[in-house]
Design a protein around this ligand. Structure first.
Ligand code: C5P
Length: 222
């Protein structure tokens, strides 16, 4: 089956406090999106990157092996736009956040294998490490939630192209923060597989220090 990817990178990254879109921020000498695209090319034959309209040329320079398209106002819209730009022969799609640029290729491979074995969708998850509680009421700490029964969800989230397109064709769902949520709402069965702590999302300034340390352990392939 032909594997393709949509790498979402159209966010502003305001929580990172950078003057550039987050995916263009350099980590160990290269833009975050270049690290993400290189990793994805370990399993995908074609990659579509969704970029902010203000920086399309910068993205095309940063990831010359990818098809760069303009993203939407929300991540969900960016993914939908990315799906429309996939090559016609693609039958499996990884939907990946550029911000999770250091997810190991081995994790991506197990997800793709699950789809090739017949699953509609498969996502990487990791255990929750913090104690979790419900939000406080009038300043009083809420009830503790059993973290053993919870998982933190990462990307890439991998689907048959048919399932991904059907899920996104159902239209925007304001509450959906990932693609698996849309796929399940559309009636697809999504498997969970082990993720990796290197699949963390670069979100806040401190994450850049961790990203830099992880990047230093990787061999640059560009
Ligand atoms: O904001 P957050 O880090 O949750 O975004 C997750 C991913 O979705 C990022 O890689 C970001 O660039 C991307 N995104 C997008 N289009 C948007 C908003 C976010 O492609 N409109």
């Amino acid at each position: 089956m032909t594997v393709a990817a949509v790498v979402t990178a159209a966010g502003s990254g305001s929580r990172l406090g950078a003057s550039l879109p987050k995916a263009l921020v350099r980590v160990h000498g290269r833009p975050l999106v270049a690290w993400a695209v290189d990793a994805v090319l370990g399993v995908a034959d074609a990659v579509v990157v969704t970029a902010p309209s203000s920086h399309l040329d910068d993205f095309r320079a940063a990831v010359p092996r990818a098809i760069v398209v303009e993203g939407g106002a929300e991540r969900q819209q960016s993914v939908a736009l990315g799906l429309t730009a996939l090559p016609a022969e693609a039958s499996i799609v990884l939907i990946h956040d550029a911000a999770r640029a250091f997810q190991p290729v081995a994790v991506m491979r197990t997800l793709v294998d699950a789809i090739e074995a017949g699953a509609d969708g498969a996502v990487p998850v990791v255990p929750v490490v913090d104690t979790l509680v419900a939000a406080a009421t009038e300043g009083v700490l809420g009830a503790t939630v059993d973290r053993d029964g919870l998982r933190a969800v990462q990307t890439p989230q991998v689907f048959t192209v048919a399932a991904a397109r059907a899920a996104h064709a159902m239209g925007a769902q304001a509450s959906a923060t990932d693609d698996a949520q849309l796929a399940r709402a559309a009636g697809f069965r999504v498997l969970e597989l082990p993720g990796d702590e290197r699949g963390f999302k670069v979100t806040r300034p401190l994450d850049l220090a961790l990203a830099s340390a992880v990047a230093a352990t990787l061999k640059e392939s560009a």
